[in-house]
Write a protein that binds this ligand. Structure first.
Ligand code: PBG
Ligand code: ZN
Length: 321
């Protein structure tokens, strides 16, 4: 008797019956870049098809998101004025805060998640305040917590700290709870690598570090034991969901964190991953639809519950076909 695997792949019907991993739109989160000011829709040159929006122009993209049935957005605020400590991050009228209020008023069914970091708001572009040329961990924590509080007060369902300071989940949770915001959740960028895949994003969010790099706070891509520890520590500090970022080169990390924690796990299919697919597709070297659906399905298979992706609107449309 020969084992014949092809019996299980014989027809489209049998293949459909035996598919183990199903991608649906329910799992997709769309990132949005918010500009200060009015009447702005700016294409991001390194991310074809992605734009930066002023709040008044958001309905155009929110209509696409809601009609595609995408459940959630991730908000990135851009600064009007930067300073040493990134104080616009906790301004009530910052671009992120205004976007959250606008979306919650006009599209109350959308889940609104806010990226929480200082780098778009600091003059030096680092994710925390400086002591000399180092980022000072413990001086940064209260500032992150203050920014989280202002995003939560604007109405965010979840704040998502992406700075990689130690102890920030605990600091944020305490300040939210002390302000009666115990229903606002924390999606921690718990395992975030110091990755070259963020290149296009730093143009989009104008958040590149002015000197040096982020390797003293973001994690070394070579380490998986450390990657699992990072996520488990954030779980212990009170995170509601964990995240692995980037996604495609880190599927082993997604799978390991999935095995070690029972929390919902998010992965971030980042800007460089998006731009690589778009660049190859534009040249006709890859079929965009097939590649995107294969990538996203594979992230699910690796163990991600939710996927943050710039392909969300296209993917949702293809899944509905
Ligand atoms: C800010 C932040 C970054 C991303 C999300 N939040 C950039 C960075 O850490 O340098 C990257 C997102 C992407 O590349 O799509 N801390
Ligand atoms: Zn940052």
């Amino acid at each position: 008797m020969n084992t014949r695997m092809r019996r299980l792949r014989k027809s489209p019907t049998i293949r459909r019956m035996l598919q183990e991993t199903i991608l649906t739109t329910d799992y997709l989160i769309m990132p949005l870049f918010i500009l200060p000011g009015e009447n702005q829709k700016d294409e991001i040159s390194s991310m074809p098809g992605q734009y930066r929006w002023s709040v008044d122009r958001l309905p155009e993209i929110l209509e696409q998101i809601t009609s595609a049935n995408i459940p959630a957005v991730l908000i990135f605020g851009l600064a009007e004025n930067k300073d040493e400590c990134g104080s616009e991050a906790w301004s009530k009228n910052g671009s992120a805060q205004r976007a959250v209020r606008f979306i919650k008023e006009k599209y109350p069914q959308l889940c609104v998640i806010t990226d929480l970091c200082l780098c778009p708001y600091t003059s030096h572009g680092h994710c925390g305040v400086l002591a000399g040329i180092e980022v000072d961990n413990d001086k940064t924590l209260p500032l992150l917590a203050k920014a989280a509080l202002s995003q939560a007060q604007a109405g965010a369902d979840f704040v998502a700290p992406s700075d990689m300071m130690d102890g920030r989940v605990k600091a944020i949770r305490e300040l939210l709870d002390n302000n009666n915001l115990e229903t606002t959740g924390i999606i921690s960028y718990s395992t975030k690598f110091a990755s070259a895949y963020y290149g296009p994003f730093r143009e989009a969010a104008a958040s590149a570090p002015g000197f040096g790099d982020r390797k003293s706070y973001q994690q070394n891509p070579a380490n998986i034991r450390e990657a699992v520890r990072e996520s488990l520590i954030d779980e212990a500090e009170g995170a509601d969901m964990l995240m692995v970022k980037p996604a495609l080169a880190f599927m082993d990390v997604i799978s390991s964190v999935r095995q070690e924690s029972r929390l919902p796990l998010v992965c971030y299919n980042v800007s460089g991953e998006y731009s690589m697919v778009k660049a190859a597709a534009e040249r006709g070297w890859l079929d965009e639809k097939s590649i995107v659906l294969e990538n996203l399905t594979s992230l699910k298979r690796a163990g991600a519950d939710l996927i943050i992706t710039y392909h969300a609107i296209d993917a949702a449309r293809w899944l509905a076909e």
